[in-house]
Design a protein around this ligand. Structure first.
Ligand code: NI
Length: 359
């Protein structure tokens, strides 16, 4: 949520190209509009604009000059692609029926930037469809990954505090050992996916932190666990949350510890509208892109928020890079941004046409 310079730069480039930047009281992030000469539907293209607290190690001539901050998730490619689409659309607005709103959204990595942005007055008013993309390093340039339904996972976080009774390591019978209870808990949590969730559904339960004690001959008072749950369906998410709670209660009872579970609800899964996904595939083929079935991904994205306002579709655009997202040397192959610009220009036009004929 600190994209002040980025916002300024985007505004400058849009205005230089003659694209109307909306005057909204946004601290960071930006909304612009390309109004067609004729009336018609209102649709939106969204790009996230934030970086990550990662020192860039690409050695590129245009590498980040901000120490400890870089676009290691390729959101700069999202901006470039959507900016390009905005320029192309602006050149043909005389022939356009309807309006394309450009959403440059801050704070995606925080998990809540999109929620804040979309709720700001004037951002989502009247929008009938939302389209966006994430760069995908394992797809070649020229390929678009498309999938109906769930594309990215819902990402929740849990924190568990296990309170026992500390004491001498040689006399565990006089203690209530939170490490033993925590170890059981970690094991039983793994049975949620293997034994409680249907093999036809998907979920991930990962314990990512287990902290307790500070020496070899003392049983500590307390252990702390933290982790994440990833799901593609809201019903599965609810089930996992309930099982987690039940297991904590059961282990507390069996071990004599007191276990507090905090469940932090994160982003919902990103679920694509089937009609828009089909349309995107038609558009892609029409302009010579290779359409592949997108592999769902267990990372999250706050793009899900837009589906609460209008039908939405999130796509992969191939960027053919050697590293995965969030790597300090993350790069994309030249040309990927052009594919994104041309594709989203055409998809915006096709979506306007589709929603126009639906009346
Ligand atoms: Ni990202």
């Amino acid at each position: 949520m600190q994209e002040y310079e980025t916002t300024k730069r985007l505004k400058k480039w849009l205005e230089e190209a003659g694209v109307v930047v909306c005057t909204l009281p946004l601290e960071t992030g930006l909304v612009a509009e390309i109004k067609g000469a004729r009336p018609g539907p209102l649709i939106a293209l969204r790009a996230d604009i934030d970086g990550l607290p990662i020192e860039e190690r690409t050695n590129l001539s245009f590498a980040s000059v901000r120490q400890g901050v870089s676009h290691a998730c390729g959101h700069d490619v999202h901006m470039t692609g959507i900016l390009g689409a905005a320029f192309l659309l602006n050149e043909q607005k005389e022939r356009m029926a309807g309006t394309v709103r450009i959403l440059f959204q801050p704070g995606e990595e925080s998990g809540s930037g999109g929620v804040w942005f979309a709720s700001q007055p004037g951002v989502m008013d009247g929008v009938q469809a939302v389209l966006g993309f994430h760069n995908k390093p394992d797809l070649p340039v020229g390929s678009i990954g498309i999938k109906e339904g769930p594309l990215m996972a819902g990402c929740d976080r849990f924190e568990i505090e296990i309170n026992g009774k500390g004491g001498h390591g040689g006399m565990p019978e006089r203690c209530i050992d939170p490490i033993a209870a925590g170890s059981q808990l970690v094991n039983i949590l793994q049975s949620i996916v293997s034994r409680r969730i249907s093999s036809l559904d998907n979920a991930v339960v990962s314990v990512t932190r287990f902290q307790a004690g500070n020496t070899w001959n003392v049983i500590p008072d307390k252990a702390v666990l933290e982790g994440t749950v990833r799901t593609f369906q809201l019903s599965v998410r609810q089930k996992v949350a309930q099982y987690l709670k039940d297991i904590c209660e059961g282990v507390a009872l069996a071990s004599g510890t007191k276990i507090d579970l905090q469940w932090h609800v994160g982003p919902d899964p990103v679920i694509n509208d089937a009609g828009l996904a089909k349309l995107a595939a038609e558009t892609g083929r029409k302009i010579g892109c290779r359409i592949t079935k997108a592999e769902p991904n267990l990372a999250g994205d706050d793009f899900y928020i837009y589906s609460r306002y209008a039908p939405s579709c999130y796509l992969w655009v191939g960027t053919e890079g050697p590293y995965q997202w969030h790597h300090p040397a993350y790069t994309v192959k030249d040309g990927a941004e052009w594919v994104a610009a041309k594709f989203f220009c055409q998809l915006a036009l096709d979506t306007l046409a589709r929603f126009g004929t639906q009346g």
